[in-house]
Design a protein around this ligand. Structure first.
Ligand code: C5P
Length: 221
C-alpha cells in the first residue's frame, strides 16, 4: 500500500540529457528522453519527499508537486546539482551527462565558407558530476545514486563503475538494440557499495523507481 515513507526528506533527481553548445544555435546532445528521471521524481513525491528535479532538455510535462530546475549543459547541471544537494538526503543522477564538450564556444553562428573544408570539433572532458557529489557530500548521511548504461559485461563493468564513482548505489541497465532509451520500460540490476545486488525485472520505469527509493530509504538514517 501507499505510505509517505519519504516524508521530511529532500531528494534531488537529475533527468534528461545535457546539450553541449558549439555556437548559439548548435549543440552536441544525446537521446536520453528523461523518462526514468521523471518517474523517480514522481514516485518520490508520491511517497512524501520534497523533490528537486534537475531537468536537462527533457520534453516532458512538469510532474505535480515537484520543484523543476531546467538546465542545458553539463556545466549548468553541475552548478544546479551542487546547489540542490546542499541540504539533500539523497541525490539520484539519472541524467545522461555528456562526457565531453566542445573545447571552444563560438559566440556567433559558425559559417560555412565556400571552397573550405569544415574545421574539426575539438573536445574537452566534462567533470564527472556524480563522482564529485559522492566525494564532497554536503551531509555525511547523504545517499548518492548513479545510473549506468552498459552494452556488455554489465555486472563487471557496473561494479567497477560503482567503485570509481564512489556512490552508494548504481542502477545498471543493458542498452543497445532499442532497449531502455525513450521507452516506458526498463530492466536493471541495482548494485550496492555494500555488495548487494538487486535484480529488477523488465517493467515500467515507475517500478524501477520505487525499488530505487526502497533501497535509498533503507540507507537513510
Ligand atoms: O561514466 P558514465 O557516464 O557511464 O556514468 C553514468 C553515471 O554518471 C550517471 O549517473 C550520470 O548521471 C553520471 N555522470 C555524471 N557526470 C558525467 C558523466 C556521467 O554525473 N560527466
Amino acid at each position: 500500500g501507499w505510505t509517505a515513507d519519504l516524508a521530511g526528506r529532500h531528494v534531488v533527481v537529475s533527468a534528461g540529457g545535457t546539450r553541449e553548445p558549439l555556437d548559439p544555435v548548435r549543440f552536441l546532445g544525446n537521446r536520453s528522453s528523461g523518462r526514468q528521471g521523471y518517474a523517480l521524481a514522481r514516485t518520490a513525491a508520491a511517497r512524501g519527499a520534497r523533490v528537486t528535479l534537475l531537468s536537462a532538455n527533457a520534453e516532458l510535462p512538469d510532474p505535480a508537486g515537484v520543484d523543476v530546475v531546467r538546465v542545458e549543459s553539463a556545466a549548468e547541471l553541475h552548478r544546479a546539482a551542487r546547489a540542490a544537494a546542499e541540504d539533500a538526503h539523497a541525490v539520484v543522477m539519472a541524467a545522461a551527462v555528456a562526457d565531453f564538450r566542445p573545447a571552444t564556444y563560438a559566440s556567433g553562428k559558425i559559417k560555412k565558407v565556400a571552397g573550405q573544408e569544415p574545421a574539426p570539433i575539438a573536445l574537452v572532458r566534462n567533470p564527472d558530476i556524480l563522482a564529485d557529489l559522492a566525494a564532497h557530500r554536503a551531509r555525511a548521511d547523504q545517499v548518492v545514486v548513479g545510473f549506468a548504461a552498459e552494452t556488455d559485461d554489465v555486472l563487471a563493468n557496473g561494479r567497477a563503475k560503482l567503485a570509481s564513482k564512489g556512490c552508494d548505489l548504481l542502477v545498471v541497465n543493458e542498452v543497445g538494440n532499442g532497449k531502455a532509451f525513450g521507452t516506458g520500460e526498463n530492466e536493471a540490476v541495482v548494485l550496492g557499495a555494500d555488495g548487494s545486488e538487486t535484480p529488477v525485472p523488465f517493467g515500467p520505469k515507475e517500478a524501477l523507481a520505487d525499488i530505487v527509493w526502497d533501497l535509498v530509504r533503507a540507507r537513510l538514517r
